[in-house]
Design a protein around this ligand. Structure first.
Ligand code: SF4
Length: 412
């Protein structure tokens, strides 16, 4: 995708509904009773916004789409099917992922998503240990997860599972069983994340006075290393700090996020990353968006409109956003930071372009990161080392730290 293209390369739709709030979750999602008419109204609003975005020419070159949440499978077969159909109609992406939770991934939902044009499912399994799942407040048990992921694989869709490590009650042995059990289900993709105990969550309150040894940095590092050993031993190669895939089953949508491909996010809490040209194009439908400061090449927008307001007033012009405007040099530093998540590392043209914009400080910083063992030269590219991933905040922070000046922000 050319950075000056009128259309984004990726589309994200956020479905902020869950059957119940998980104990660790601080995402933009809210417990919603089954059959709440808000879900259908919100879905129809997203469809209307998709039509508007398509009318602006923002979706003509969209290669991937992701219907995430929240729990998109709560929309039911009819709702999810209609939404996926609309995405296919306006954007025709080659890869279209729906996020799913095992307890609401019924055969009907699976069939509807597939028939409407979804190509991929990402299932929130998190663990295959019942005690761990209960502690996390998940609605499914391990048997349900195994059975539903098996059904998804049998349906012919590409299937990914999300797994979570460094959680309460987890042991090296139970984590090993989860990893091997997930790989044995025949999925082509696994994402692995250490649990973050976020302020204000039920888990945070439960362990308020507890140092949480199960979530210690060393435990997280050991579990991520264990994941690498067991998943790679099962034929899934690591291609990003948290992502493993059978060859050819890498998630193109997530790779777009890490390689500077512009994307449009619709729905409460959804984020977009647009070139300044695409931002101005969106402004035609959202006249309240301010003019970007001089020198802006990239705009980041997050939808702040609550879900009931989205459902009531579907027009793009009614949305409110928080905004960030990046200069060329800031965007270059951001691209380096995101590229360092990928096994293949920083492509030579990316580094050369960044060198023009960031000056001699870039070489010095890259040398320092190589010296610290966080980056290493591999096949002519600078790539993150295992140590670099384990000390990810230091690596990413150092690369983003090359960005000159303050990022301009706004709200509308
Ligand atoms: S299913 Fe996902 S989005 Fe919903 S509450 Fe649980 S973790 Fe959060």
């Amino acid at each position: 995708m050319c950075a000056s293209a009128p259309s984004v390369g990726a589309l994200y739709l956020h479905i902020p509904f869950c059957a119940r709030k998980c104990a660790y979750c601080d995402f933009a999602s809210w417990a919603t009773p089954a059959g709440d008419p808000l879900m259908a109204a919100y879905r129809r609003a997203l469809e209307a916004q998709l039509d508007e975005a398509a009318g602006l020419g923002l979706l003509d070159g969209c290669a991937t789409a992701y219907v995430g949440g929240g729990t998109p499978t709560l929309l039911g077969p009819d709702g999810l099917g209609r939404l996926v159909e609309r995405v296919v109609r306006v954007a025709a992406p080659a890869e279209l992922t729906c996020e799913a939770n095992p307890d609401s991934l019924t055969d009907d939902v699976l069939a509807a998503a597939r028939e409407a044009g979804a190509t991929r499912l990402s299932v929130g399994v998190q663990s295959l240990d019942d005690a761990e799942l209960a502690e996390l407040g998940r609605l499914h048990d391990a048997a349900c997860a195994r059975e539903r992921v098996g059904a998804a694989v049998a349906s012919g869709l590409d299937v990914s599972v999300d797994l979570m490590c460094a959680t309460p009650r987890q042991t090296d042995a139970s984590w090993g069983s989860t990893l091997l059990g997930a790989a044995a289900l025949g999925v082509g993709h696994v994402s692995v994340y250490p649990l973050q105990v976020e302020e204000g969550t039920e888990l945070d309150a439960r362990y308020e006075d507890d140092p949480c040894p199960w979530n210690d940095g060393d435990v997280q590092a050991a579990r991520m290393s264990q994941a690498q050993a067991l998943l790679e031993g099962s034929g899934l190669s690591r291609y990003e700090v948290a992502s493993y895939a059978v060859a050819g089953k890498e998630c193109r949508h997530n790779i777009a996020y890490w390689t500077g491909v512009p994307y449009l996010g619709l729905g409460t809490g959804a984020s977009s990353m647009l070139t300044v040209e695409q931002y101005l194009r969106l402004s035609k439908a959202c006249p309240r968006l301010p003019r970007p400061p001089a020198g802006t090449v990239r705009a980041r927008l997050t939808v702040e409109t609550p879900r009931d307001a989205v459902a009531r007033e579907p027009r793009l012009s009614a949305l409110s956003f928080s905004l960030e405007f990046l200069s060329a040099a800031q965007a270059a530093a951001e691209d380096l930071m995101l590229g360092a998540r990928l096994v293949r590392g920083l492509e030579a043209p990316l580094v050369a372009r960044a060198a023009e914009l960031l000056g001699p400080g870039l070489d010095a910083e890259l040398e320092r990161l190589v010296g610290r063992g966080l980056l290493a030269e591999r096949a002519g590219r600078l790539a993150p080392t295992t140590r670099g991933w384990l000390l990810g905040n230091e690596l990413y922070g150092a690369l983003w730290g090359l960005a000159p000046g303050e990022v301009a922000t706004g709200r509308c």
